[in-house]
Design a protein around this ligand. Structure first.
Ligand SMILES: *Cc1c(COP(=O)(O)O)cnc(C)c1O
Length: 496
């Protein structure tokens, strides 16, 4: 029997994993979730000696049951190869008494590569399995890192096209250059005059637009999503939490069965949700600690039980977390409602119309696995500064948010469980903010002048991803207003 997937907003339709990956979003606007979360069928003791690829297979075979072993292994081999600059794929680095799970060794030096190097392969395999004839058009909204990772993953992949929308003034210079210099005959990049939430809402509206879907089909196209609403992105992310635990065990840092805490710098709630899935699948995780920047809508939610996006949107030095509508929270809401699709649909409707909703007492009680914190801009910079001067380790701004929250959590809770921090980006990607935090004397330096300095202070090699953009040609200059996204997509696809 294959594991089925259903919408968070509707009990009536179930689909297979490959159908869910292909569709991206359910027709009712809900997100696909597995009807139950299976347990891992290999023991932690066995996992201990597995490499990353083998671990990924152990996880994915439980959740993508309609793929054959050969199909899954082929996707995994194509994804986790020499595109990563370390054989370990996701090294676990001990700094002081904290473990940093470095998820930024892929092609675009952010953790999005962990899922987006495999998604194109899962998607094209899904298309074949389901005899989909249309060309797949990947529509993506990005707060900076998803865009490049998706472009790199889908560039020149047969049977696909990709269009990325990013907020014109909401990403770092390195992030922007990475996107607008992307090569490939099937890629388009559009800067929108708005923020990430505008981009994400615009993309979601196109997915939900049945008229548009019909028009696309008439021209031989269908949409799918590379955002973390696609279950094909979430599931591969479960693997690195399993891997992290197995490495702690292998390195003798913990006893078999001893729990770990994970601290995740959070935006769209995809990464931390993957950790929650890992816990349900049998990884000994105590607390899931959700770290926010000044856009602390999630911190407030965990504190009060009310989600409220009606607030000022703050541009921070951790732009990939500048998000007020965390899409994947819907999957958690669904789980804590006791898998009540009606209740989930009602709350999501309230979010859409009023920008806010409140969960019930019963639901709040089911959030006990989580803790939450946030870091201000000054605290984020302080964390980079202090960690560097104490240990020599240089981390990026997103990781620094989690690092600060981790310390605060330890201090205030007294919980001494070992902590693994999801380290989500290379400091090279946010070199200006990182170096200014290390030493204020860099505040007036040019962004690219600081790259050799970062190399010097951190003692790490400049990644290829950065080297490449220094001289690459700008290929994409399209911009559009928030209310012109659909028109822009039609223009690109030459519909009408
Ligand atoms: C996307 C991103 C995040 C947030 O991850 P979510 O899964 O959206 O919560 C954090 N840090 C970096 C560097 C990112 O690119």
């Amino acid at each position: 029997m294959n594991l089925q997937y259903k919408s968070t907003r509707n009990d009536n339709v179930t689909v297979t994993a490959s159908e869910a990956i292909l569709k991206g979003l359910a027709d009712d606007g809900g997100l696909f979730v597995p009807v139950s979360l299976p347990k891992l069928s290999v023991s932690l003791e066995e996992l201990k000696d597995m490499n990353y690829q083998e671990t990924a297979y152990a996880v994915m075979k439980e959740l993508f049951t309609d793929f054959t072993e050969e199909e899954l292994k082929e996707c995994i081999e194509k994804a986790y190869d020499s595109k990563f600059d370390t054989e370990e794929i996701a090294p676990l680095v001990k700094v002081d008494n904290t473990y940093y799970l470095e998820l930024f060794h892929g092609a675009t030096i952010a953790f999005k590569d962990m899922a987006l190097s495999i998604l194109p392969h899962l998607l094209t395999t899904s298309a074949k399995k389901n005899h989909a004839e249309n060309e797949i058009v990947i529509l993506t909204a990005t707060s900076g890192d998803t865009g490049k990772a998706a472009l790199a993953g889908f560039a020149d992949v047969e049977g696909t096209r990709i269009i990325v929308f990013y907020p014109k003034d909401g990403v770092s210079r390195v992030q922007e250059l990475q996107m607008v210099t992307q090569k490939g005959k099937n890629v388009d990049v559009v800067a929108i005059h708005g923020n990430f939430d505008n981009a994400q809402s615009g993309v979601k509206a196109m997915f939900e637009n049945k008229e548009l879907a019909k028009e696309l089909a008439e021209h031989g196209y269908q949409f799918s999503s590379a955002n973390s609403i696609n279950i094909g992105r979430l599931v591969p992310q479960v693997a690195y939490y399993v891997y992290a635990y197995a490495k702690l065990l292998k390195n003798g840092e913990i006893e078999n069965g001893e729990k770990m805490n994970v601290v995740v710098p959070t935006g769209n709630f995809g990464n931390i949700l993957a950790a929650y899935y890992a816990k349900h699948m049998g990884v000994p995780i105590q607390k899931l600690i959700c770290a926010s920047n000044e856009n602390k809508v999630l911190f407030d939610f965990f504190e009060t039980g009310t989600y409220d996006k009606n607030r000022e949107f703050v541009l921070t030095t951790s732009p990939s977390m500048d998000i007020l509508i965390s899409s994947n929270l819907e999957r958690l809401i669904y789980l804590i409602s006791g898998c009540d699709a009606g209740k989930t649909a009602e709350l999501m409707q309230a979010l859409k119309t009023d920008g806010t909703y409140e969960i019930t007492e019963d639901m709040r009680e089911r959030l006990a696995d989580f803790a939450a914190g946030y870091a201000t801009e000054a605290q984020t910079a302080q964390a980079i500064h202090d960690t560097y001067h104490k240990t020599g380790y240089v981390m990026d701004t997103h990781t620094a948010v989690a690092s600060y929250v981790c310390e605060e959590y330890r201090r205030t809770s007294g919980d001494e469980t070992k902590c693994v921090i999801a380290s989500t980006a290379s400091p090279y990607k946010f070199v200006k903010s990182v170096m200014t935090a290390v030493d204020e004397k860099y505040a007036d330096a040019g962004e690219f002048d600081l790259l050799p300095e970062l190399q010097r202070v951190s003692g790490t090699e400049m990644p290829n991803a950065v080297r490449e953009i220094l001289h690459a040609e700008v290929l994409h200059t399209l911009e559009c207003d928030v209310d012109k996204m659909e028109e822009t997509v039609k223009g690109i696809l030459k519909i009408k």
